[in-house]
Design a protein around this ligand. Structure first.
Ligand SMILES: NC(=O)c1ccc[n+]([C@@H]2O[C@H](COP(=O)([O-])OP(=O)(O)OC[C@H]3O[C@@H](n4cnc5c(N)ncnc54)[C@H](O)[C@@H]3O)[C@@H](O)[C@H]2O)c1
Ligand SMILES: [Zn+2]
Length: 713
């Protein structure tokens, strides 16, 4: 009799695994990290092995993957698409266990020669079966439950690396360097061999995946869309998920925008064509026919070469441009593969040997806000330390306030953390049913946690920024470098290395410290010779005599580039007038819009920024000041004008320039908001529209009267 407790546990596990497999395979929306799923899976597997009476025919341990979605046409695979047994022991013994098992099953003795394997990367994407008839791609299908998959041909056709037609030319865009390029040697060798013609029926199997850089870019794009208020958009938790979502997308137009890649590693039905003896020969043929085959696929003899491969790939894993979750060993000889055969859902001749998981569960201890060198505020989750992607992670970025709210991350939450490659660790999702009661929603602070200046978020921007650029400790190095650059104060010899050194040594905290340092202070710096110190002092002295536009630009106010600095200087004449200008007054400057005006205003509103400017003046920085420019009359400010047809004397551009100089906005189409339409010869639909809406219509004379401020009619 099996204890009721065990039976209940097995039932509970099956239910849990069913749920999570459905989320993962069918909905592309996993709720748990793979490592967590694997743990539950292994627990059920061992329960069922110890008590075979517990097993049910529909147990997740007996099945491959998920179910095909009804939205897709179903494809019955000619040759089932199986799963691969996972060797969970991530140490060397994983490879040795597999080799020993294979040898045992083949009845080999200890002194029999080592078995030859093909060792491959285990790409973390989505398995696809590509069917070619007479060299033409006719169908692409997902694995589904292994027997029946989904027809995703339309979407797969958008993947550039998948050849649509074989044999005529090499595949259209071979991956650039390193990974993914078809091995040259095998290509040429195969071309020389006789009988490499493409079989009339050929099913190629491989992994559709998304490169990490493509994934990061895609998510960045998604975040921007969400920041701009797009509904129904989301970020993806990992490249596998993004790839699976793209392939199983009902709209091929969307699939086309998702950058996918492909590696071939196997085959299904093959009819006609050359005969192959080994897995490796077939891979080489696939490469010759134009499929991307990984250059990291190697032949290995015996267990120790598998161990070496596992270790070598493990070291390289972070620097690969895509995610892998392990390596796969396959018996090379097709005859031996046949002899070994299959168990329920997996071949006996292959095994997946995993690496440490790149996603793990942990808890958020606090959410801190980090200030970057340009003043950007980034919320960062401090985590209970967790081993993920091969290192211990203690914090993870949350990007920005919207991201925190969208993922709804709160202090105390259990979260999935991902660390892959050299990308900074990220909180990808919260596990909702593990939320502690009373967990508080996160809010971005209103002030910079480093310097206390106001933190603002501009319209249409996702990020909050510190406005205390001149004073903020986080922005110190950046502010000094910006100030010193050639187009600003032009302090020769004050480069990045020196600024790092000065700030790190604590001799410079704010800009004016530069001018107070003196020879002694400089020479005290490591690696600073007398001569360089003298030169730097001279450069600093020289920089004191500058111009208002240079100084303004050097302050590093957000959105104030060189040309805006010039416009501001010309318009106001004096620094104090700029510092005291209201947003409305700033808006009067040509080319200064609301965002720029707000930014300038916010900058000078920070007392610390003003202090720094006063100190700089006290250090002797000076420039010529002038009177504010007399503003040209702008009789057409806030008017909208539409031009149509050909005017007798003025070209379209000239008319536009005159109108804009008078403050008018020149629009491309007529609406109720249009104040005037200026119509010349052969005016078309715009003129009709103006009449229809009752918008006043002027000729060139009328335009001139309008520009002079007189009544146009
Ligand atoms: N997070 C969750 O909730 C959840 C749920 C279900 C499954 N999973 C994850 O899915 C995985 C298990 O399932 P599976 O059956 O899809 O895959 P698997 O681990 O059994 O491996 C088979 C798959 O590996 C892929 N593969 C990559 N490189 C290959 C190569 N060189 N040769 C052959 N195959 C290669 C193919 O897509 C193939 O279908 C586990 O990692 C599990 O954690 C996670
Ligand atoms: Zn700050």
């Amino acid at each position: 009799m099996i204890p009721a407790k065990l039976r209940e546990r097995a039932d509970a596990l099956r239910e849990l695994l069913h749920h999570h497999a459905h989320q993962y395979y069918v909905l592309d929306a996993p709720e748990l990290p793979d490592a967590e799923y694997d743990k539950l899976f292994a627990e059920l597997q061992s329960l069922e092995e110890q008590h075979p009476e517990l097993a049910t025919p529909d147990s997740p341990t007996r099945r491959v993957g998920g179910k095909a979605l009804d939205a897709f046409a179903k494809v019955r695979h000619k040759v089932p698409m199986l799963s691969i047994r996972t060797e969970t022991d991530i140490e060397a013994s994983g490879a040795r266990n597999f080799d020993a098992r294979v040898r045992r099953e083949l009845g080999l003795k200890e002194d029999d020669p080592p078995i030859e394997y093909v060792a491959e990367l285990k790409f973390d994407g989505l398995a696809i079966n590509l069917r070619y008839e007479d060299g033409v791609l006719v169908q692409a299908a997902t694995r589904g439950d292994g027997e029946i998959g989904e027809d995703v041909t339309q979407n797969i056709r958008t993947v550039g690396q998948i050849p649509l037609r074989l044999g005529e030319r090499p595949h259209p865009n071979p991956p650039s360097e390193g990974e993914g390029a078809t091995p040259k040697h095998s290509l040429s060798r195969l071309r020389e061999r006789a009988g490499v013609r493409v079989p009339p029926i050929l099913e190629v199997r491989g992994e559709v995946y998304m490169r990490r850089d493509d994934f990061e870019r895609l998510n960045e794009l998604q975040r921007e869309k969400i920041a701009r208020g797009a509904k129904n958009e989301k970020t993806f938790v990992n490249p596998r998920n993004a790839a699976a979502g793209a392939v199983r997308q009902l709209d091929p137009a969307i699939a086309r925008q998702r950058p996918l890649s492909f590696y071939a590693y196997g085959w299904g039905e093959i009819e006609g064509g050359p005969a192959f003896e080994t897995h490796h020969q077939l891979l080489q043929a696939l490469a010759a026919w134009g499929f991307p085959v990984s250059q990291r696929t190697v032949l290995a003899r015996g267990a120790e070469e598998l161990v070496a491969y596992h270790q070598a790939v493990g070291r390289e894993r972070d620097s690969l441009p895509f995610d892998i979750d392990g390596v796969v060993y396959k018996v090379n000889s097709l005859a031996l593969q046949k002899q070994l055969g299959f168990v329920t859902r997996e071949p006996r001749w292959a095994v997946a040997h995993k690496f440490p998981a790149q996603e793990q569960l942990t808890t958020v201890e606090s959410i801190d806000v980090y200030v970057g060198r340009t003043g950007k505020l980034t919320p960062v989750a401090r985590l209970v330390p967790v081993f993920v992607g091969g290192v211990t992670v203690t914090n993870a970025t949350l990007h920005n306030e919207d991201e925190v709210h969208r993922k709804d991350v709160r202090v105390g939450d259990t979260v999935i953390v991902r660390r892959a490659g050299d990308v900074i660790p990220e909180v990808v999702a919260v596990v909702p049913d593990r939320r502690v009661p009373g967990a508080q929603e996160f809010h971005m602070p209103a002030t910079c946690p480093v310097c206390g200046s106001a933190a603002v978020r501009e319209e249409g921007e996702a990020d909050h920024r510190c406005t205390g650029g001149l004073f903020c400790g986080a922005q110190r190095k950046h502010a000094i470098l910006h100030f010193a650059q050639r187009r600003a104060m032009d302090i020769e010899g004050l480069g990045e290395k020196l600024v790092d050194q000065m700030v790190d040594a604590g001799v410079i905290r704010v800009l004016p410290d530069l001018y107070r340092l003196g020879l002694q202070g400089l020479v005290a710096l490591e690696r600073m010779g007398d001569k360089s110190a003298q030169n730097l002092l001279a450069a600093l002295e020289k920089s004191k005599s500058t111009t208002l536009p240079r100084f303004l630009y050097g302050l590093g106010i957000r959105h104030v580039g060189e040309s805006t600095a010039r416009d501001l200087a010309r318009h106001f004449g004096q620094l104090d007038r700029i510092m005291d200008a209201s947003v409305e007054q700033l808006l009067e400057v040509a080319d200064v819009g609301p965002v720029v005006a707000e930014s300038i205003h916010a900058f000078f509103e920070q007392p610390h920024n003003r202090e720094v400017i006063e100190q700089l003046r006290a250090c002797g920085l000076h420039w010529e000041e002038g009177e504010p420019a007399v503003q040209a009359p702008r009789p057409l400010a806030s008017k909208t004008v539409v031009l149509t047809g050909t005017l007798p004397a003025l070209s379209r551009d000239e008319a536009k320039e005159l109108l804009e100089a008078a403050g008018a906005k020149v629009a491309g189409s007529v609406s109720k908001k249009t104040d005037y339409v200026v119509a010349g010869a052969e005016a078309g639909s715009k003129l009709d529209k103006a009449r229809e809406l009752g918008v006043p219509v002027l000729d060139e004379d009328g335009l001139r009267r309008l520009l002079s401020g007189a009544s146009p009619t």
